[in-house]
Write a protein that binds this ligand. Sequence first.
Ligand SMILES: Nc1ncnc2c1ncn2[C@@H]1O[C@H](COP(=O)(O)OP(=O)(O)OP(=O)(O)O)[C@@H](O)[C@H]1O
Length: 228
Amino acid sequence: MDSVIAIKDLEFSYTAAADPILRIAAFQVKHQEHVFLHGPSGSGKTTLLGLITGILTSRRGQLAVLGTQLSDLSLRQRDKFRGSHLGYIFQMFNLIPYLNVEENILLPLKMNRSKREACPEPERELSELLSELRIEALRKQPVHSLSIGQQQRVAAARSLMGQPKLIVADEPTSALDYDSREAFLQLLFRSADRHNSTILFVSHDHSLASLFPRHVALKDINSAGGSQ
Ligand SMILES: Nc1ncnc2c1ncn2[C@@H]1O[C@H](COP(=O)(O)OP(=O)(O)OP(=O)(O)O)[C@@H](O)[C@H]1O
């Protein structure tokens, strides 16, 4: 299996009566690629990530992640699939505010058996991630006491915990200045490469594109009209 994401003739609208927001004839992401997907606000980036992570489902076309057709899975199976194989970083990070840094990073292992099994030495992996993302000194601090940049690195560490094959990131750097974003991405890339993880990173901020070996404009793969 060469493609981590394989889309063919995918079509999606939020309601049956509405015009499609996404109509994608073909889009593939290969193993260990770092892909930057950009498009203006409202163009459908988050919707596409919702489909790839199995939070949303499409009635038309094919969408395979790691060789599994998501439409073949029930809602419960999709939740399990996401927990087992994906790591994600969202705009608001979705950290649990009253837990400390290490508790947040270890959460994917608590929630998912496959990730637990992929990680026989959780303490060692935790220490490596804390060190790689330069947050060792913060490990016992509750996340609500951290700066945005620190929270972002905790979210990145959590997304890498349990060696997910695919990491999807939805504008996780929007609150940072350019230098901090670049430094964060370099850390994320290094950590992902060490874990052999593939990255799909979406943003409306085109200035980050040059940091990625492959960039894709959503409008170039999406033939639906919408607000692009
Ligand atoms: N739950 C929903 N129900 C109906 N329409 C929605 C829903 N979520 C998003 N949309 C619409 O789908 C379109 C695409 O939204 P989406 O959030 O995917 O865009 P985006 O490119 O991620 O935008 P941004 O960069 O602002 O986050 C927008 O027109 C939006 O209004």
